[in-house]
Design a protein around this ligand. Structure first.
Ligand SMILES: [Fe+2]
Length: 312
């Protein structure tokens, strides 16, 4: 039997209840949600995978309109902003970059980004010479990605009200890890939190995430994987121990696997907020995960609550 649109939509709303860690809000429901008193509302966008396709432009227009209507004061973008930049021609890379600029033109809420594993452009192997002289490889490597995304450094802090957001680089060390230097920086940031100040860490690759291992076993037999390689931070033990030492490190915002989950572990709420692109702009991923973003309320007392929103 061919499913009708009504069947499809009703299955989506069921999935919203069962699959997305709470109800899936429409744009108008998100806009009607009262803002946290004295706290902050942030839009957590991840895995946008922007590209020059009608579905991506239409989807992003709806998402950014929903973010504006929601009363969010900033966007935390946890990476994979571009469809794919690893080993791609300059023409493909330029097309993704132009699509990103076009999608965000006129959007006036601050966007703070992390690097994802698809965001740093490298030319196809053996094709480097063809690109020299065109842009002088000015956009290649992390420096180019930082310029395109308006980032001051691969990792940096953003302070808004009584919250300090540590925007981290999941590719700071060996795949995927922060590396010693970045861990030391996180420790110094957490050590200097002021009175009543709380911290949230944002990065691309999850640190604690049942979605990560479900993604792995849904795509390959379990014995093929050398867990947690590829879909969790390799240094999850060190990061978890570090956060545990600082009770005011309250939340972690991540993406990468395009699945939605929420884990409370040792006093930290880990929020993996799916993907704005869902199944890379081809609808619902693995039956459960439609395009969506997280609307996250950071309260004065340090508690954090998220609801997923799907305006597409
Ligand atoms: Fe992604």
């Amino acid at each position: 039997m061919n499913p009708t649109r009504r069947d499809f939509l009703s299955s989506l709303s069921l999935l919203g209840a069962a699959g997305l860690a709470g109800p899936l809000l429409s744009a108008s429901e998100a806009a009607a949600k009262p803002a946290p008193k004295g706290g902050l509302r942030i839009a957590h966008l991840t895995d946008i995978h922007m590209c020059d396709r009608p579905a991506a432009f239409e989807g992003m227009a709806k998402v950014l309109a929903a973010v504006k209507a929601s009363g969010a004061v900033a966007v935390m973008n946890t990476g994979d902003s571009f469809m794919e930049l690893n080993g791609r021609t300059l023409a493909e890379a330029e097309s993704h970059w132009a699509a990103w600029r076009k999608a965000f033109a006129g959007f006036d809420i601050p966007v703070h980004s992390c690097l994802g594993n698809h965001d740093v452009w490298t030319p196809p192997k053996g094709d480097v010479a063809n690109h020299q002289g065109h842009l002088g490889l000015a956009q290649e490597g992390k420096a180019g990605a930082l310029t395109l995304l308006g980032m001051p450094a691969p990792y940096y802090a953003v302070r808004i009200g009584k919250w300090r957001f540590l925007m981290c680089d999941s590719m700071g060390g060996r795949r995927y890890s922060f590396g010693e230097q970045q861990l030391a920086w996180i420790e110094s940031q957490l050590s200097e939190l002021g009175d009543g100040e709380h911290a949230a860490l944002c990065c691309h690759v999850p640190i604690q995430s049942p979605g990560a291992w479900m993604y792995m076993v849904n795509h390959q037999p379990a014995e093929k994987w050398g867990f947690p390689y590829g879909d969790l931070q390799r240094d999850l033990k060190e990061i978890t121990q570090l956060l545990r030492r600082f009770p005011r490190a309250r939340a972690v915002l991540t993406g990468h696997v395009h699945y939605v989950d929420q884990v409370d572990y040792l006093g930290v709420r880990h929020l993996n907020s799916g993907a704005v692109s869902g199944n890379w702009w081809k609808g619902v991923l693995d039956n459960d995960f439609p395009p969506a973003f997280g609307l996250v309320d950071f309260h004065l007392d340090g508690t954090v609550e998220r609801q997923m929103v799907s305006p597409i």
